[in-house]
Design a protein around this ligand. Structure first.
Ligand SMILES: [Cu+2]
Length: 127
């Protein structure tokens, strides 16, 4: 009797191990998440530099924004198109804003009063 129970347990463990292996295989078969593309921007009272940046579609983006102005409004960035809420930029070090992969198109960003404006031009992959 005990012997049978042990066998059943052993079988259960074997099945468990097999399904875990199957899961691991499915996991590694998934395409790797692409590395984010870093976009470096500077904002001063003259505006964003560069004013327009081309990035590839379908890869996460990492905005690194250096603030060179004490102006409170210009020192704040927001974008409805990119779903960036009003974000006060650091004057000490670049502010990093992570964005998910975007579809091809143009995405504007600006300070809250739109005194300075810039845009991301997202190009279809392979173009
Ligand atoms: Cu402004």
């Amino acid at each position: 009797m005990i012997h049978t129970t042990r066998r059943r347990l052993a079988l259960a463990f074997t099945l468990l191990a097999a399904s875990a292996t199957g899961l691991a295989a499915a996991e590694s078969a998934k395409p790797p998440t692409p590395e984010p593309v870093t976009v470096k921007l500077t904002v001063s009272d003259r505006g964003y530099e560069p004013k327009s940046v081309e990035v590839p579609a379908g890869v996460p983006l990492r905005l690194e924004i250096t603030r060179k102005t004490d102006d409170e409004c210009v020192g704040t960035i927001q974008s409805e198109a990119l779903a960036i809420p009003a974000t006060v930029l650091s004057t000490e070090k670049p502010t990093v804003i992570e964005l998910p992969a975007q579809k091809a198109g143009e995405y504007a960003f600006a300070c809250p009063m739109a005194m300075v404006e810039g845009k991301l031009v997202v190009k279809p992959a392979g173009s």
